[in-house]
Design a protein around this ligand. Structure first.
Ligand code: ZN
Ligand code: ZN
Length: 358
């Protein structure tokens, strides 16, 4: 009989040996990423033990998301002392905790930002688990993937489409999924025009999803390299973050955590247009003018996390539409350098830490 081993399943004849200690980053004291001493420390931590309903994963790759920077710099309040950041994790299941049945040892899975929701509150029951007030997040409430091992409740992990290698798949798990939810929230009409403010890991995936559906994409971002990159992917125009696009937009998404962009982006919308703010954090929005920014039935909304259904839909689309994440590889011990690159805001694609060969 033919072997069934694939990228997503390595047949293990016996349970792998799991060390007791692992290498991991932790946020010692939140502060500017360039500060001395650094807010981050590369250290040794105990390998976590999977609790009821959880699996232990040997990390192959972990993407570096702007939210990791917010956790590191203290834009988000501390939820877990000395937390290990990272929530775009691809790895293999090496141990099943009690009462687990979904995955086999050796399965390749993805671990996203949304770690757990309560399942019983009004939002969870209404299919809006992204708004669950009891939700927990990977790399904020619980240790994440800037480490060799991590645990995840099995119901919140994803299977990764077979054709993505593990490094390429990592940014799909937050940049991709949240970008997809932002795209849905932005209500772009068929064949419409979409503005993207900021062009990092998330926006470059959203742009591909949009263009594959015949939507015209206009990019507005401060980074010259990022603008060039946007045009190379097929964007119709690329201008500075505070410029007006060459045409009025049906919809826009702000990825940059900068509230000052909001009035400009609302000005760029057609009557009835929608602006979605995709970030978990933003600086304050300046005073708006009713006539210039809001009248003509313009809509301003935000994006909070994602549901598991968003994740499943996005991963299916990413597979079918042949989405290509552009990645910059860093070794685990250089996670701080990757975060500095993200902070500089002129990235072409997404940074990913290579952690094991998997
Ligand atoms: Zn809930
Ligand atoms: Zn993220």
């Amino acid at each position: 009989m033919k072997s069934t081993t694939t990228v997503n399943q390595t047949k293990l004849t016996k349970a792998p040996e799991i060390p007791t200690q692992m290498k991991a980053w932790e946020v010692v004291q939140p502060g500017p990423i360039d500060a001395t001493p650094s807010p981050l420390k590369f250290t040794t931590k105990p390998v976590p033990k999977p609790k009821r309903g959880e699996v232990l994963v040997h990390v192959i790759a972990c993407g570096v998301c702007h939210t990791d920077l917010h956790v590191t710099e203290g834009d988000l309040p501390v939820h877990h002392e000395h937390v290990t950041p990272g929530h775009e994790i691809v790895g293999r299941v090496v141990k099943n905790g009690p009462d687990t049945s979904r995955f086999q040892l050796g399965d390749r899975i993805g671990i996203p930002w949304l770690r757990w929701t309560c399942g019983v509150c009004e939002y969870c029951r209404a299919g809006k688990e992204n708004l669950c007030p009891n939700s927990l997040y990977t790399g904020w409430d619980h240790d994440g993937g800037y480490a060799e091992y991590v645990t995840v409740p099995e119901g919140f992990a994803y299977r990764i489409p077979e054709r993505f290698d593990s490094l390429t798949a990592a940014p799909l798990l937050c940049a991709g999924i949240i970008g997809y939810r932002a795209f849905e929230r932005a209500n772009v009409p068929a064949g419409g025009r979409l503005g993207l403010y900021g062009f990092g890991g998330s926006a470059h995936l959203t742009a591909q999803i949009a263009m594959a559906q015949g939507i015209e994409v206009h990019v507005l971002t401060r980074g010259k390299d990022a603008r060039r990159f946007a045009l190379s992917l097929g964007a119709a125009s690329a201008n500075g973050a505070y410029d007006l696009p060459p045409v009025k937009l049906d919809s826009a998404i702000i990825y940059a955590p900068v509230g000052d962009i909001v009035p400009k982006a609302l000005e760029a919308l057609k009557p009835g247009g929608t602006l979605a703010m995709a970030g978990i954090h933003s600086t304050d929005i300046p005073q708006l003018s009713y006539s210039d920014h809001i009248f003509h039935e313009k809509n301003l909304t935000s994006v909070e996390s994602n549901t598991r259904r968003d994740g499943e839909e996005f991963l299916t689309l990413a597979d079918r539409l042949d989405i290509h994440p552009e990645i910059h590889e860093y070794p685990l011990e250089k996670a701080d350098e990757a975060l500095k690159y993200v902070a500089a805001g002129d990235i072409q694609g997404a940074c990913v830490l290579r952690i094991s060969e998997g």
